[in-house]
Design a protein around this ligand. Structure first.
Ligand code: ZN
Length: 132
C-alpha cells in the first residue's frame, strides 16, 4: 500500500513541515515497527529533515541555498527553472525514518520538510511503510 497526500505551497521557495502528515500515514498503515519511506514525485520540489524548533534555521537554509544556486546564472534549460531543479536534487527526493511503537523515531529537534523550489503549486508526497 502506498499512501499519498497533497501539499499546497504558497511561496516560490518554501519549507513545509510535513512531520504530522507523515505520522498520520504511519498510523493509517497500522504498522508498529518498521521503516517509513517518504518520496516526493517532482523535479523542482524535494524532501529533507532538519530542525523544526527555530524557524530561523529554515530561513538561513533558504538564504544559503540561493547563494549556492542563484536564480539566474545563464542556465540553458528553456523552462527557466534550472535553479529549482538543482536545489531539489541537492535536497533529495526521499527520506527514510525508523518507525518505532507506531511513530516516526525522529530526533527531538527534527522535523520532515517538504521543500518547494518552484511554487506556489499543488504537490504530492508518497509514503510507504515497511514492517521490520
Ligand atoms: Zn524545468
Amino acid at each position: 500500500m502506498v499512501y499519498e497526500f497533497e501539499v499546497t505551497t504558497r511561496q516560490n521557495m518554501e519549507f513545509v513541515d510535513i512531520t504530522h502528515k507523515a505520522n498520520e500515514m504511519v498510523s493509517k498503515s497500522g504498522m508498529e515497527n518498521g521503516v517509513c519511506f517518504i518520496f516526493v514525485p517532482h523535479t523542482t520540489a524535494a524532501v529533507t529533515i532538519n530542525e523544526n524548533a527555530d524557524p530561523d534555521v529554515v530561513f538561513d537554509m533558504l538564504k544559503e541555498l540561493n547563494k549556492i544556486v542563484p536564480i539566474e546564472d545563464q542556465y540553458r534549460h528553456m523552462e527557466g527553472n534550472s535553479a529549482a531543479h538543482i536545489k531539489a536534487s541537492l535536497m533529495g527526493f526521499s527520506e527514510q525514518v525508523i518507525v518505532h511503537n507506531g511513530k516516526l523515531k525522529l530526533g527531538t529537534w527534527q522535523g520532515i520538510y517538504f521543500t518547494e523550489f518552484d511554487g506556489p503549486r499543488r504537490r504530492k508526497v508518497y509514503v510507504k511503510v515497511l514492517k521490520g
